[in-house]
Ligand binder design. Structure first.
Ligand code: COI
Length: 356
């Protein structure tokens, strides 16, 4: 597909860069953003890089009323030798397309998605933090922006990308997080949006996370609607390491197919480890933690990378995992993945695209 060239308007007032040792997550944004528009009549048009700033939206835009919004989370890394590495961009584009299909939206063509991100990262590459554990978080977002109040799919879309230099997602960094087992609120239901990166999934998660924080838990363990099976943890996919088996919930429509989840599965397979995607009962986890058969548990996500879980608590029980410590396999996986991302290990699985 031949796309019109991306026009570039650079800022005349570059922002001061934040302290690289104190980035937190999603608090700072770079100087520029990428924006492209779509209408049924014109197709994709007007793709441009411009100074970061407010978007003009019709107050009747479908995203504001009926929630037609999807996003992705990706990262660019500054490698040891100074190269800039973009990680698994194809994976994210594919997932945006699948989500767009479910939400009756029009996804940007692959070249537009990739070129928009490449060019934006290139222009703002001085914002990529250098220390391991920090990265430039990339947030591609697709919204319905036709001004119309009938309930039907929008006929106009906006695709935009913003960039944020980030450190660790959780304040605790790589230390194990304590998790509340959520038995009242549901993240996703069969036939719903759980498998997509719809903004709506995050809206529905806020109350549970807020209540858990009040009890001093960092996040919640999401269960299925029958409260029998484990699905995700906070904004992450979840893995459990038993003595004889490593498990993660199988993708059956309510679980997001995370890129880090997929990367971890591939790394485990390459190590010959017994990784199984299947339904996992909450009772297995509880009993495993009590008997010592469950040795480690961790969440995976682009933002949080690999985050160990130290404790699980429900209304009437509580278990520690690995004595509340980060386990050996969790540490090894974190090391492997970040070594590939930061260029300290060969990218044998072809996940990295270097910025030219
Ligand atoms: C990600 O890991 O990229 C996420 O989407 C999590 C989040 C910050 C919403």
């Amino acid at each position: 597909m031949n796309l019109a060239p991306i026009s570039v308007t650079k800022t005349t007032q570059p922002l001061k860069k934040p302290d690289a040792n104190n980035l937190g997550f999603g608090q700072y944004f770079t100087d520029h953003m990428f924006v492209a528009k779509y209408s049924d009549a014109k197709g994709w048009y007007d793709s441009q890089i411009l100074p970061y700033g407010p978007l003009a939206l019709d107050p009747a835009a479908s995203v504001l009323h009926y929630g037609q919004a999807l996003f992705e989370g990706m990262k660019a890394f500054r490698q040891g030798n100074g190269d800039v590495a973009l990680f698994r961009m194809d994976y994210n584009w594919n997932r945006m397309c699948q989500g767009a299909e479910r939400l009756c939206m029009v996804a940007p063509p692959k070249e537009l998605f990739l070129e928009g991100i490449r060019k934006l990262v290139e222009i703002d590459k001085d914002w990529i933090p250098e220390n391991k554990g920090s990265a430039l978080y990339i947030r591609p977002t697709l919204i319905g922006n036709e001004g119309f109040l009938g309930v039907r799919p929008s006929r106009e879309y906006m695709f935009f990308v913003i960039l944020s230099p980030v450190g660790a997602y959780y304040k605790s960094g790589l230390s194990p997080v304590n998790i509340w087992v959520e038995e009242d609120f549901t993240r996703a239901c069969p036939g719903g949006l759980g498998a997509t990166k719809a903004a709506a999934n995050y809206a529905s998660s806020l109350k549970a996370a807020y209540e858990a924080k009040k009890k001093d838990y960092s996040q919640v363990l999401w269960l299925d609607t029958t409260r029998t099976y484990v699905e995700e943890v906070g904004t992450m996919n979840v893995f459990f390491v038993f003595k004889n088996e490593i498990v993660t919930p199988s993708l059956e429509g309510t679980i997001l197919a995370g890129g880090t989840r997929d990367s971890v599965i591939q790394v485990l397979k390459s190590w010959g480890k017994p990784i199984v995607e299947r339904k996992i009962k909450l009772s297995e986890i509880r009993e495993g933690a009590q008997s010592g058969n469950l040795v480690e548990a961790f969440g995976t996500g682009t933002a949080a990378v690999i985050t160990p879980m130290g404790e699980l608590a429900a209304k009437d029980w509580k278990v520690k995992i690995n004595n509340g410590q980060m386990g050996e396999l969790t540490t090894k996986l974190y090391q492997e993945l970040t070594d590939i991302q930061y260029g300290f290990k060969a990218d044998n699985l072809n996940w990295i695209e270097k910025l030219k």
